[in-house]
Design a protein around this ligand. Structure first.
Ligand SMILES: [Zn+2]
Length: 227
């Protein structure tokens, strides 16, 4: 075998090995991505302060944990005028879901806030509870820079909850600067300036920023304005 041929076959073998490795270990990069790492251990929820704040047994000491990326309406604010009926609903929901349960934590950039509270994504049975709050319409998205790892995903979930009008979004009309206006009744979407769009009654209107979002929600295009 010539030297050149040897080099070529060595390179082919190397490429084959790399390809085989990625094929058999597709999760390799993910498991080594620290952004999805959970903190060591699991922790018992001692009590729930309100919808987005809990107290856990953190290796023998009781520590407050603020769920990041979300904000539930106030329920135990020292200024009573800031407490809302919905705050009580969200608080009761978290009490029911988390009290006495064992949870896992994921931190973002900062492990604690200026009050010394832990800042975390809280997992119950492997599911992130911060997302559950958004899905159920019990919380709004709140950005906690620099702890914004999931902000885009959270915004999507919040929007779905608004469209579905669940929890605090009951009766909510989603308004965006979007270019797409859909009809809940006919399940068609239009460009906002289409005559067909203008005829949609107020209660059947759903706005989207893009056609992709409308399609994802099961709407189909108007045959006049979006040929
Ligand atoms: Zn149209």
């Amino acid at each position: 075998m010539s030297r050149k041929k040897q080099t070529t076959s060595f390179l082919s073998l190397l490429l084959l090995l790399i390809a085989a490795f990625s094929y058999f270990f597709p999760q390799y990069q993910q498991t080594h991505n620290p952004s999805h790492a959970l903190a060591d251990g699991s922790f018992r929820v001692v009590r729930v302060v309100d919808g987005d704040t809990i107290v856990i047994d953190y290796n023998g000491t009781q520590e407050k944990v603020r769920l990041i990326g979300v904000d539930t309406p106030e329920s135990v604010h020292s200024d009573a005028s800031k407490n809302t009926p919905y705050g009580k609903i969200a608080s009761d929901y978290t009490k029911k879901q988390l009290t006495g349960k064992t949870v896992e934590l994921e931190f973002d950039v900062q492990e604690r806030d200026k009050y010394g509270r832990l800042l975390a994504y809280v997992y119950l049975d492997g599911k992130m509870y911060n997302k559950t709050l958004l899905e159920e319409g019990h919380a709004k998205v709140a950005t906690f820079p620099p702890n914004v790892k999931y902000v885009e995903e959270f915004q999507q979930i919040e929007k779905q909850a608004q469209i579905a009008q669940v929890g605090m979004w009951e009766g909510y009309v989603l308004k965006t600067d979007g270019a797409i206006l859909a009809n809940k009744n006919s399940q068609k979407y239009h460009l906002a300036d289409c005559q067909g769009a203008k005829k949609i009654s107020e209660r059947n209107r759903v706005w989207f920023d893009t056609e992709t979002e409308a399609t994802a929600q099961g709407y189909s295009p108007c045959s006049i304005c979006l040929p």
